[in-house]
Design a protein around this ligand. Structure first.
Ligand code: ADP
Ligand code: MG
Ligand code: MG
Length: 891
């Protein structure tokens, strides 16, 4: 069925929402369902588009169509529009496709003038009521059509109330209302030089145009921008016969939710006012009464209301937000829509609806907003807590944290050990601060973007982080933070909200993350449905345990260089890097071996029965090198001092020379990844030895181990070929005849474009591919991430040169194409090849959808992103199935 430009509520339905707008479509839907809805018609969004495309002219012929629809309405209501005996009154209501609450206008009681108001008075035998309607009409018409600020009418109203010494509008006498009508008309004349139209058709025309015009009001425009609603969506206009909640003490109006929208509890939830009309409830002029009280006031109406509410919920299969009016004990429905609800309620309602048989598990899963869910999984500020915000930075890692401010990583660690909660405040963080980040409850940096080092590390650890808070000043010498006039010294309490970017002085009470039964159930359903496996990025036994808790089916990425980051280990690593002779390097490696073995062993145990993917060392070398300036200063000090510490001095000189030697012009493209492993095979050899020794120990204890050795940064098959041989050799040596009980795999990261381009070749030497989308993005775009994010990337995104930051949302068109190609080529040469993605993109919803489409086997992300990833993977699977069904139907 097609919809005409002017369409009666009897002809529409929710399938026509694009043309009828939400309100009109659902009024029609309710009419069809047999609910008591005052009749009326909708002028479509097409007309709105026409209006704006034709210098604000309504289409010719529209007037006649409206006349026809009006005539129908008159017949149905047995009243006459503009008639003096039995006048028909209507409301003219806006109705956008996407709900924009309060952004556009509505006029009630249209059709009243000096003559019809008397007719209404006679017909209802209630002149006070008739004049109450009339003054409301003039008031609304004045502000909506003539743009007079509501406050002017409000002032006149207040004066009259004061004069009559009455508290609220209901107490105004008939005479007062007559006076108000006069005064309101005068107000319009004074302010606009026009008079309130006595011709009801002129009223209608003015109201319809005003509603269309309200589509381009500044507040509506802003709202659309924020909520990404397209400007050409347009609004419909609904013209509807009036029903009167202001007709006396057996009348009223209210708003009803079919369930509690903040808890999800299955009880009617809402408010109403007796003897009131429309806006009175939301307008805040009177305080409404909880809906339960209606049960006592009008029990039969309440019973009907509950049964209709249930019917509506069943019809829409979702919780509804309903407007109703009672006229003389008769109930009418004026609007229904899916209710806005908070994240927790959304989950509870979805689970309840499944249990009540109203929706399927698939539908329930699809209704979860994963962004919302993300917030639920972290600690948050108590909603009631009132607080001073001294600055707002970038919301880099969600959750709230509270602790005492410290300004360097060592202090953070020290204080933490002493049992204090700390917030690490830094100008920016570097990898050398890692122990401080580990110790801190939250991180605040003045520089750096959403993907700065601090942000990435914090998200990986599930720690709240606020970045790029440039309005703050740090006085590093004095160890204090200055914001406006507030000074935060070391030890002062600070609270961060990483979800909003707020920085708050003092110690605020926090609410724990909400892991409640409905969420667990939903995750269980997601696991039953999804086809993508979900693994975790974990670099320590502790991370591995968290990962299991959050449902990981293995470790997809263990970055061994992260294992070297503790203050105890860094000097040994430096010794290893700075060694000039292999024998010296071996000394350092011998010290590192047991440490690595211990970590791997613990991780295997945590992951009993699941694969653990260990990436061999891939350090950006410069991040581990000692700072040359620092060394030089130390040397200078030594030279001036008298004492004879010759050997130490020589060693320092050697270190400085070696650091200079190792420094690279472009470390990102330098001797890293497998290039390092090839130049210094003893490093990888040690790591492989540690892996298999750990595996062997676990095997002896009956733990099922599945080590997966991952070679980073391969660009040519020969690199992989060579290193694979090394793995096999060492495995043979260490495992001996236990080798058959330890089914290990060797694979590579695909992160250099050349590797993606020659994936077929590489797949012959690889058991698995893991797409390292961070490096692959860097190299495909030719951006160094740190430079890009610090310099031009924000500008690019803001000016729409790029749709997103490609380090956050996978660039499916470019980087994605490489991935897709590599998967196809790789599988064709090696049918047993498994493919996956690791890195931050593994936790992003859109990127997960992409992984599903290209048929990857699993995704790997930080443990804290796992619940979101599990749900998103289920959604991706369901979406694919729906799409496939649609395609089959089309054939
Ligand atoms: P909004 O989109 O701002 O809620 P509405 O068009 O829903 O605007 O109308 C505002 C108020 O007027 C609501 O409370 C609604 O129920 C009431 N209302 C609208 N049309 C009628 C009508 N025909 N009879 C009685 N009340 C109405
Ligand atoms: Mg409404
Ligand atoms: Mg990499």
């Amino acid at each position: 069925m097609t919809v005409s430009r002017v369409s009666s509520f009897q002809n529409g339905g929710k399938e026509h929402i694009e043309l009828l707008g939400g309100k009109g479509a659902h009024l029609a839907e309710m009419t069809k369902a047999g609910l008591p809805v005052p009749p009326g018609f909708t002028i479509t969004t097409d007309v709105c588009r026409h209006y704006y495309n034709n210098s604000r002219q309504l289409p010719s012929g529209l007037r006649d169509e409206i006349e026809l629809a009006l005539a129908e309405l008159e017949k149905e209501q047995n009243r006459v529009f503009g008639g003096t005996d039995c006048p028909l009154l209507v409301s003219v209501r806006s109705g956008s496709v996407t709900s924009m609450p309060g952004m556009m206008d509505t006029i009630l009681n249209l059709g009243l003038n000096d003559a019809t108001v008397e007719g209404l008075a006679q017909q209802t035998n209630n002149r006070r009521f008739a004049y109450d309607c009339y003054r409301r009409l003039i008031q609304m018409y004045g502000s909506v059509v003539y743009d007079i600020e509501a406050i002017h009418f409000e002032r006149v109203l207040q004066e009259e109330k004061q004069l009559q010494q009455c508290k609220d509008d209901q107490q105004l006498t008939e005479q007062s209302l007559v006076t108000l009508v006069h005064k309101f008309k005068r107000l319009i004349e004074q302010r606009t030089n026009k008079s309130f139209p006595q011709n009801v058709r002129e009223q209608l025309q003015g109201a319809i145009e005003a509603v269309f015009l309200s589509w381009s009001s500044p507040r509506a425009k802003v709202y659309r921008k924020v909520h990404l609603i397209p400007d050409d969506q347009g609004t419909a206009v609904n013209v509807q016969a009036m029903v009167f909640g202001n007709r006396g003490s057996n009348s009223g109006t209210g708003v009803l939710f079919t369930r509690n929208p903040s808890t999800g509890e299955k009880v009617l939830f809402g408010e109403f006012l007796m003897n009131a009309q429309g806006e009175d409830v939301v307008g805040g002029t009177r305080t409404p009464i909880p809906i339960a009280a209606l049960q006592d006031a009008l029990p039969e109406v309440y019973a009907e209301l509950s049964s209709c509410a249930a019917q509506l919920e069943k019809h829409y299969r979702d919780i509804q937000d309903i407007e109703f009016t009672i006229e003389d004990e008769k109930l009418y429905f004026l609007q229904t829509r899916s209710a806005k609800r908070n994240a927790r309620a959304a989950l509870k309602v979805a689970v309840d609806l499944v249990n009540e048989g109203m929706i399927t598990k698939d539908e329930a899963l699809m209704r979860i907003d994963v962004q919302h869910l993300n917030h639920l999984l972290h600690r948050s500020l108590q909603a009631t807590a009132d607080h001073v915000v001294i600055a707002t930075g970038l919301p880099a890692s969600p959750g709230a944290a509270c602790g005492q401010a410290v300004f360097d990583a060592d202090t953070a660690e020290e204080w933490k050990r002493a049992g204090k909660d700390v917030i690490l405040v830094r100008l920016e963080t570097t990898p050398e601060d890692i122990h401080g980040v580990i110790a801190a409850e939250g991180i605040l940096t003045l520089r750096g973007g959403m993907t700065s080092h601090a942000a990435v590390v914090a998200r990986g650890m599930g720690k709240p982080c606020v970045c790029g808070c440039e309005v703050l000043k740090i006085d590093e010498e004095q160890q204090q933070l200055i914001a406006n006039d507030i000074v935060i010294r070391e030890g002062d309490w600070l609270t961060l909200d990483g979800g909003s970017g707020q920085v708050i002085p003092g110690q605020l009470e926090l609410k724990e993350a909400d892991i409640f039964p409905e969420l667990l159930l939903m995750l269980e359903w997601a696991d039953q449905i999804r086809s993508l496996k979900v693994m975790a990025n974990a670099d320590s036994p502790l991370d591995a345990r968290k990962a299991r808790e959050f449902g990981a089916e293995g470790i997809g990425l263990c970055r061994t260089e992260h294992m070297f980051l503790s203050p105890m280990r860094v000097p040994i690593v430096q010794q290893m890097i700075l060694a000039e002779k292999e024998i010296d390097r071996q000394v350092a490696l011998n010290r590192l071996l047991p440490m690595q073995r211990y970590d791997f062993e613990e991780m295997f145990r945590e992951m009993d029965g699941f694969p653990v993917t260990i990436r061999l060392l891939d350090p950006p070398l410069h991040e581990f090198l000692p700072n040359v300036e620092e060394l030089t200063t130390r040397l200078a000090l030594m030279r001036t001092s008298e004492s004879d510490i010759h050997a130490e001095r020589a060693e320092l000189e050697r270190m400085i020379r070696r650091v200079r030697e190792l420094q690279e012009t472009n470390p990102m493209l330098g001797q890293r990844g497998c290039r390092l492993g090839i130049m210094f095979p003893e490093i990888y050899e040690m790591q492989i030895e540690a892996i298999f020794q750990a595996a062997l120990r676990c095997l002896c204890d009956g733990v099922t181990v599945q080590p997966q050795v991952m070679i980073p940064l391969v660009g040519h098959v020969n690199e992989l070929h060579l290193l694979r041989k090394l793995v096999d050799q060492v495995a043979e040596q260490v495992l001996g005849h236990e080798r058959r009980n330890c089914p290990y795999k060797v694979g590579t990261m695909i992160e250099v474009p050349r590797a993606a381009l020659t994936a077929g070749e590489i797949a012959r030497s690889a058991d698995f591919f893991s797409f390292g989308t961070n490096d692959l993005t860097q190299m495909t775009f030719g951006y160094s991430r740190d430079d890009a994010e610090g310099k031009f990337l924000t500008h690019y995104v803001e000016n729409k040169l790029l749709p997103h930051n490609p380090f956050q949302v996978l660039d499916t068109e470019g980087v994605g194409k490489l991935i897709e190609m590599a998967v196809i080529q790789g599988r064709s040469r090696n049918p047993l090849l498994t493919t996956s993605i690791c890195g931050e993109h593994g936790g992003d919803v859109e990127s997960i959808m992409f992984c599903q489409r290209v048929g990857l086997d699993y995704i790997s992300c930080s443990p804290y992103r796992l619940p979101v990833a599990r749900i998103a993977a289920a959604q991706a699977h369901i979406r694919m199935q729906w799409e496939m069904t649609l395609q089959e139907q089309a054939v």
